[in-house]
Design a protein around this ligand. Structure first.
Ligand SMILES: CC(C)(COP(=O)(O)OP(=O)(O)OC[C@H]1O[C@@H](n2cnc3c(N)ncnc32)[C@H](O)[C@@H]1OP(=O)(O)O)[C@@H](O)C(=O)NCCC(=O)NCCS
Length: 483
């Protein structure tokens, strides 16, 4: 019987893939300059400087501890490079984003999501024939194992689809682990294709489970994105149900814009999880968990919550005031970015898409859009946002577009995860391909107690009542805690 790992790719492809992947392994550039570090005792050390093809130079601190006995302190890795990469590049000051060297604006105009998957995975845009072959390979891998579908039954109706995604994508590793050796280029290839191909069905079932709707299977004749919409929205009582092609194109553009974004929180999570040579599907589940938060991918859902809370343009000044007040704990959702200190190029593209879609749907008076535009105008003319270079990011408009085309709010971040799966797995593959792979292991500046003595339990002060918020179980009768 043909083994599962060789069923997708023939032996003749194996050598091509191994050769291709050698070119896709980024090399650490040679250092041509150094800088000097002077320690408090006056000793000086030379540290190499590394220059990439673009972006700020980096001080190579790999040997810093060995040479000096010092670590560096940089919470949130605001100025720390953790890898060399040749997949995606952002110039935050200019507001520029490149996938494999191509500007996002050009790609969004001329390519669909399958082109982008190909580009990210193989480093080049596909020819007509390549695209056809790749598309067929993806379609052949779209179905999920029937056993995986049982996992969804464990979630109650109303569960957040992102909670389901974290569980089910992690569960994929139970189906693809035994015969998966991530050290083999071919198997990394198969894992990447399987993940991206199966994500639409995994995401669509998450939605249908949350709604208590029956599962719909993909169709070979539909495109990647149309298949996702079909599996999400097909009416089981309507055999003629057809996906609106224009709206499928709009969603496809959103997928293109979200496909990859350098070393963001979720990608860094996938890389750090993968650095222990863990199962790639489990690593992607970790990335999904990281993406869910409102400071990252969850922002698109949070933008709509915020616009709901504003309710009317007359409440915008109050909202801006709250966002500027550090004690309020509130931030303007969909605004600001760790790297972009200029307009996020994806937000510019999606803002135009937003105008077109609302025209198409005859929804020019959409309250979210009206309040969003006004909020953007007010924020961009406020010194607080100008001084801090806080511009709308991609999530500011993507939620408005997704809502307009009929996607429920709880699925916004799931769609982000669907799009980002290609970025995560490409970044994971790049990392695993490196000849020397080091486990991710940050340092800490320890500021806790040292050298305490353990007292006898009877001598310790009672503190549990003040430390714990959980109440005692009832003392009499029979009862059981609600799980
Ligand atoms: C994206 C984000 C997490 C980046 O955070 P960061 O790089 O750590 O930026 P900082 O937290 O250092 O913010 C810098 C300054 O701008 C302020 N700021 C940043 N984003 C803000 C926002 N959305 N609303 C109000 N103030 C904001 C901070 O309070 C800080 O002010 P200070 O210098 O007076 O202390 C942050 O901008 C944010 O929370 N945005 C809202 C959530 C969002 O849209 N996330 C999606 C990102 S694609």
């Amino acid at each position: 019987m043909q083994s599962r790992k060789s069923s997708l790719l023939l032996e003749k492809d194996r050598k091509n893939i191994e050769k291709l992947y050698l070119d896709l392994v980024p090399k650490v550039p040679e250092s041509k300059q150094t800088c000097k570090l002077t320690l408090p005792d006056g000793q000086t050390f030379e540290l190499p400087i590394l220059n990439g093809s673009d972006g700020p130079p980096m001080i190579d601190s790999r040997n810093l501890y060995a040479k000096t006995g010092y670590f560096t302190y940089d919470p949130g890795y605001t100025c720390t490079g953790s890898c060399v990469s040749q997949i995606t590049f952002i110039d935050g000051e200019k507001g520029e984003l490149l996938y494999r060297g191509y500007k996002i604006q050009e790609l969004a105009k001329t390519c669909d999501f399958v082109d982008i998957c190909y580009l990210l995975l193989y480093g080049e845009l596909p020819s007509m024939q390549d695209k056809k072959n790749f598309d067929t390979t993806m379609k052949n891998e779209m179905l999920v194992h029937d056993g995986l579908i049982s996992f969804y039954k464990g979630f109650q109706t109303g569960a957040h689809p992102m909670a389901i995604m974290v569980g089910v994508v992690g569960a994929l590793s139970a189906f693809m682990n035994e015969d998966l050796d991530v050290k083999e280029a071919v198997q990394r290839e198969i894992s990447a294709i399987r993940l991206v191909a199966k994500m639409p069905m995994i995401a669509a079932i998450a939605y249908r489970t949350a709604r208590g709707l029956p599962i719909v299977y993909p169709k070979k004749k539909l495109s990647y994105t149309a298949n996702f919409l079909y599996m999400m929205f097909a009416d089981p009582m309507d055999p003629d149900y057809a996906v609106d092609e224009y709206l499928a194109g709009v969603l496809d553009k959103i997928l293109v814009l979200h496909a990859d974004h350098e070393q963001n929180a979720s990608t860094a999570t996938v890389r750090i999880a993968g650095s222990s040579i863990a199962n790639p599907f489990a690593c992607v589940a970790a990335g999904i968990a990281s993406l869910w938060g409102p400071a990252h991918g969850g922002a698109n859902e949070a933008v709509l919550d915020m616009l709901d809370e504003i309710g009317d343009s007359s409440n915008i000044p109050e909202c801006i005031k709250k966002a500027k007040d550090k004690n309020s704990g509130f931030r303007l959702m969909g605004f600001g970015h760790r790297v972009y200190k200029n307009y996020d190029p994806r937000a510019e593209i999606i803002r135009d898409v937003c105008h077109e879609v609302l025209d198409y749907l005859d929804m020019k008076n959409d309250p979210y859009f009206k309040i969003g535009l006004e909020l953007e105008k007010v924020a961009l003319s406020d010194p607080y946002f100008i001084e801090r270079k806080l511009y709308p990011n991609v999530d500011f408009y993507s939620g408005i577009v997704l809502n307009a085309i009929g996607i429920p709010k709880s699925m916004f971040t799931v769609i982000f995860a669907l799009a980002r799966s290609i970025g995560w797995i490409t970044q994971w593959r790049e990392m695993i391909s490196e000849p020397v792979l080091r486990i991710g292991r940050p340092r800490q500046l320890y500021v806790g107690h040292i050298n305490r003595n353990v007292n006898d339990r009877t001598e310790r002060e009672n503190s549990y009542d003040t430390l714990s918020v959980l109440t005692d179980p009832p003392k009499k009768g029979f009862s059981i805690y609600k799980p």
